[in-house]
Design a protein around this ligand. Structure first.
Ligand code: S3P
Length: 447
């Protein structure tokens, strides 16, 4: 870590237990970088590789605490995973029905995507029993949303009052038509994966489109997945064979860099090899609507996913409104969007984003409290935020991550774009999705 972002260590006279990292103000952001492999796609590659026939090679694997949990989980289920380099995995698939019951519970760590997608797969491992646990944050998150459809399909599922631990007994499943009560790609994916094992077709109806990585990867593995807007149907296959997956860079990890380059005058940033699946690029679209200059070029396809390079230069931003139908396309970037809005001209709002309360932290609360202490004019609403923008640097100060990786990254970008810098409590939360984040930021920041 260079001098811009300094780990100040923890215990000492003040008996602090959390590490504090200072992100000093920067003049601009300059350079060309790549970001780690997409977290959503990395989870799916490991899970589908585990139930494929034969070997799956995953390149560009986004190694992070979350995706390590997924590798640990499939290993606990008896699947061999060879690490052939930092971002290359070779998975020796056990086939659709070949997962073993481990001795004890499977620890899903902080990873909501893991617990929800894996549950769909385990529901089809007939007459085998499994228990899934997670860390403190994951243990507070809603699991009734997956227990309900899985029970309707015939699986044995028990939760602790709708939370973890969750116990699953695989049983013969029947296909259902399920309308999502919340716009959630994790729930959609859980039902589709259980549909791999069901008798008959399984259809998920989604009122608002959510990320479609599961559908794309199932197709790449040879399954029949039919889609029309708002509707996706899976026909149970004999077998899956994934072969090779080239994971694109994570657009959610590129997002803090894109925002920092937009906010800081004189910035010129290139992020190469970023996944630009249209179900994930809402943040880029909304920023452009606010006046940002983001060029998307060199478009190509890798493993059924669109990929491109991004070039970002500084721009002044104006306020915008985000409607509920847009929310899933930038759900993980809404904390960053709140910072963009705080530094834009005019008043911005987002509605229909109540799902933010069910993420790694209650992000409506953590974003509002955090940005307010740094000098932003932001008000929480039950389903979003209202932000009165001031086109000037934020004051800065101290901000806690609440153990949430996206909040730690928000605080870091706020630090770069502040007058006095931001001291982040619990900055190490970034390792959940982006372990080298602070070093990368530091290599780009001009001070
Ligand atoms: C994810 C879906 C989203 C997102 C999460 C990853 C996925 O959650 O917030 O970070 O990989 O499917 P929901 O589906 O619960 O909205």
């Amino acid at each position: 870590m260079a001098d811009g972002a300094v780990g100040e260590g923890s215990p000492g006279a003040d008996l602090q237990v959390e590490s504090v990292t200072l992100v000093a103000p920067a003049v601009s952001l300059r350079g060309a970088v790549a970001v780690p492999g997409d977290k959503s796609i990395s989870h799916r590659a490991v899970l589908l590789g585990a139930i494929s026939d034969g070997e799956t090679v995953v390149r560009g694997f986004g190694r992070s605490a979350d995706t390590e949990s997924t590798v640990g989980a499939v290993r606990a289920l008896g699947v061999r995973v060879d690490e052939e380099g930092d971002d290359v995995l070779r998975i020796h698939g056990a086939g659709l029905r070949g997962l073993n019951s481990p001795e004890g519970p499977i620890d899903c760590g902080n990873a909501g995507t893991l617990v929800r997608l894996l549950s769909g797969i385990l529901a089809g491992q007939t007459w085998r029993q499994f228990e899934l646990t997670g860390d403190e944050s994951l243990s507070t998150r809603p699991m009734g949303r997956i227990a309900d459809p899985l029970q309707q399909m015939g699986a044995g599922v028990e939760t602790a009052g709708g939370r973890l631990p969750i116990g699953i007994e695989g049983r013969p499943l029947r296909g259902i038509e399920y309308e999502l009560p919340v716009a959630s790609a994790q729930v959609k994916s859980c039902v589709l994966l259980a549909g791999l094992y069901a008798e008959g077709e399984t259809t998920v109806l989604e009122p608002v489109a959510t990320r479609d990585h599961t559908e794309r990867m199932l197709r790449a593995a040879g399954a029949r997945v039919d889609g029309a807007p708002g509707r996706v149907t899976i026909t149970p296959p004999e077998r899956l064979a994934l072969g090779e997956v080239e994971v694109p860079g994570d657009v959610s990890s590129a997002a803090p860099l894109v925002l920092a380059a937009t906010l800081l005058p004189g910035s010129e940033l290139i992020v190469s090899g970023v996944g630009v699946n249209p179900t994930r690029t809402g943040f880029l679209d909304v920023l452009e609507r606010m006046g940002a200059r983001v060029a998307v070029f060199n478009r190509r396809t890798a493993a059924g996913e669109p990929v491109a390079d991004l070039e970002v230069t500084h721009a002044d931003l104006v306020a915008t409104e985000i409607e509920p139908g847009e929310v899933p396309r930038l759900v993980d970037e809404l904390p960053l969007w709140a910072l963009a809005a705080a530094m834009a001209r005019g008043t911005s709002t987002v509605r229909g984003a109540e799902e933010l309360r069910a993420k790694e932290s209650d992000r409506i609360a953590t974003v509002t409290e955090g940005l307010r202490t740094l000098g932003a004019h932001i008000t929480a609403r039950p389903d979003g935020f209202r932000v009165r923008g001031v086109p000037a640097r934020l004051r800065g100060g101290r901000m806690g991550s609440a153990g949430d990786h996206r909040i730690a990254m928000l605080a870091a970008v706020a630090g770069l774009a502040s007058r006095d810098g931001v001291r982040i409590e619990g900055a190490d939360a970034v390792s959940v999705s982006f372990p080298g984040f602070f070093d990368l930021l530091d290599s780009l920041a001009q001070r």
